[in-house]
Write a protein that binds this ligand. Structure first.
Ligand code: ZN
Ligand code: ZN
Length: 348
């Protein structure tokens, strides 16, 4: 590549905290593809698990699956609403790319498409090298949700739509009508705080938020929840329990809290963590439901952007998102120091 050709730079992850800037010519979009210039990414906890080795991932690869950017060029790319994309549009995008044709896609479970590919998870030497957000550009593919972002949603919050906020929207859909319901949120990371605010917006009568971390409890309290330590949990008193800690003890806390007709929606358990005891008679006699959500459908990304646009309870973004950190400092950001915030904004 010569210096007068426009190029892309990806901070390719080679294991550990080894991120190497790698330049190559800008790709031209194929049919249905859209090239986006990334303006900001946010560091999700699962990226930290990948770098620390708790979670297996393709390597080398371009990590980062939360991001926001501006369309550079497209060949027929469309938004979730079916609107044609055009250069200059500011967009967020789904974490999954689905085929649209397999049995799971046909059933409406595109997040679990039989040939699913995921942003920030694809091998750099494979068919989709520019698939992560720790790069100057990402190439969006057909079968990947794209939603335009209004200017009032700034880059940091917008970037969280594609993983954290959209996943919460899928959980709430699974939970059903929250109006007048008593809701428990266990685990007050990024998703838990969004869940508190979104449950209140949907008319939950009472939101109990549990976390061992008192600073996070304070944030949930500001969003209108009654915040407590998991040790103080609730027994048999909630209608909906949203589990985001991923700890077996957290799952047990959520189940124990369910009253008659209650529903537990689990989303935190994305790594092997051991089994949890469940008494089937307690499920049957109590008309209880236990369900799970992993990733989300395209409509949930639109709902996420709509939620961020309304931001009904004024999420305390300045305390949620740290940075901005230049992308060249990814190695330091992942070096194990306490980031101090639930997300770090990375700028290109
Ligand atoms: Zn994530
Ligand atoms: Zn499929």
């Amino acid at each position: 590549m010569t210096h007068d050709e426009p190029g892309a730079t990806a901070w390719v992850w080679h294991g550990g905290t080894d991120f190497r800037p790698t330049e190559f010519p800008l790709p031209s979009p194929g049919p249905g593809e859209t090239l986006v210039r990334i303006t900001a990414a946010t560091v999700c906890g699962s990226d930290r698990h990948t770098v620390s080795g708790r979670r297996s991932a393709a390597c080398p690869s371009v990590l980062g699956h939360e991001g926001v950017g501006v369309v550079v060029s497209t060949r027929g790319g469309r938004t979730v609403d079916g609107m044609p994309l055009a250069p200059g549009a500011r967009v967020v995008f789904g974490v999954t790319r689905a085929c649209g044709e397999c049995a799971l896609c046909q059933r409406g479970l595109s997040a679990k498409c039989e040939s699913v590919q995921k942003v920030g998870h694809e091998p750099f030497d494979g068919e989709w090298p520019l698939s992560g957000t720790y790069a100057s550009h990402i190439l969006l593919r057909p079968g990947q949700a794209v939603v335009t972002v209004p200017p009032e949603v700034t880059d940091g919050p917008a970037a969280t739509a594609g993983c954290a906020v959209a996943t919460v929207m899928a959980m709430l859909e699974r939970a059903g009508d929250l109006s007048g319901r008593r809701v428990l949120v266990n685990g007050l990371g990024m998703l838990g705080l969004v869940a508190v605010a979104a449950a209140r917006e949907r008319g939950a009568d009472h939101v109990l938020a549990l976390d061992f971390n008192s600073e996070r409890r304070a944030l949930a309290h500001r969003l209108g929840a009654v915040a407590a330590s998991p040790a103080e949990g609730a027994t048999g008193t909630v209608d909906v329990a949203l589990e985001l800690s991923g700890a077996p003890s957290g799952v047990s806390t959520c189940l124990a809290a369910l009253g008659i007709g209650g529903t537990a929606v689990l989303a935190g358990s994305v790594a092997p963590a051991g089994a949890v005891d469940v008494d089937p008679e307690w499920i049957v006699r109590g008309w209880r439901t236990i369900t799970g959500v992993h990733n989300y459908e395209p409509r949930h990304l639109q709902q996420a952007v709509d939620f961020l646009t309304r931001d009904p309870h004024g999420l305390p973004w300045e305390e949620i998102i740290g940075g901005p950190v230049p992308v060249g400092q990814l190695a330091h950001e992942f070096s194990g120091h306490d980031p101090g915030r639930l997300r770090t904004m990375v700028v290109m």
